[in-house]
Design a protein around this ligand. Structure first.
Ligand code: GNR
Ligand code: NI
Length: 173
């Protein structure tokens, strides 16, 4: 089922999300939520999606950076923690909840994340480049943090003003 992606301005995007409780691992409800998130992400041509972006304040993200060519490379990270970071990379970042805006953001070059799968298995993934960036971006969403929060005050103010104007013209939400 396709879900609606909430846009910047909705308070759910600035909420610290709650962990998925132990009792939900392995349930059909959790499995179908994950499927809905992939469907919604692929339809919107995103490389990641966090549950708060569909209005659900839970610590759950899906990622696929494979770019549509060849094999899909699906990652589901539930209650993730970043346990190691090293180096840095700067690259363009966007967000499905802030459509039309892209800015350079500094992120670690390498990250290691520890998380649970929908079945409750414990996994660890070490990532670099775009996958490392996506993991950081999605992890931020679970803490109510957006890529705008990594920009200079000036850049953030300019984007906020543009969004205010879009909203006035009824072109935002
Ligand atoms: O689709 C997305 N592209 C992207 C590009 C660079 C860094 C992070 C991302 S994630 C974003 C989808 C999204 O908003 N996920 O929360
Ligand atoms: Ni995002």
């Amino acid at each position: 089922m396709l879900r609606k992606i909430v846009k910047y301005g909705d308070p759910v995007l600035e909420t610290v999300c709650d962990p998925v409780p132990e009792s939900e691992f392995g349930t059909p409800e959790l499995r179908s939520l994950v499927q809905d998130m992939f469907e919604t992400m692929y339809r919107a041509q995103g490389i990641g999606l966090a549950a708060p972006q569909i209005g659900i304040p839970r610590r759950l993200t899906v990622i696929d950076c494979s770019g549509g060519e060849g094999e899909r490379e699906q990652h589901v990270l539930i209650n993730p923690e970043i346990v190691f970071e090293d180096g840095s990379q700067v690259g363009e970042e966007g967000c499905l909840s802030i459509p039309g805006f892209r800015e350079n953001v500094k992120r670690p070059a390498t990250v290691r994340t520890r998380a649970r799968t929908p079945d409750g298995e414990r996994i660890e993934i070490e990532a670099e480049e775009l996958l490392a960036r996506a993991i950081c971006h999605e992890n931020d969403h679970l803490n109510g943090v957006l890529f705008l929060d990594h920009l200079s005050r000036l850049k953030r103010q300019i984007i906020r003003r543009k969004i205010r104007n879009l909203r006035k013209r009824g072109e935002w939400d």
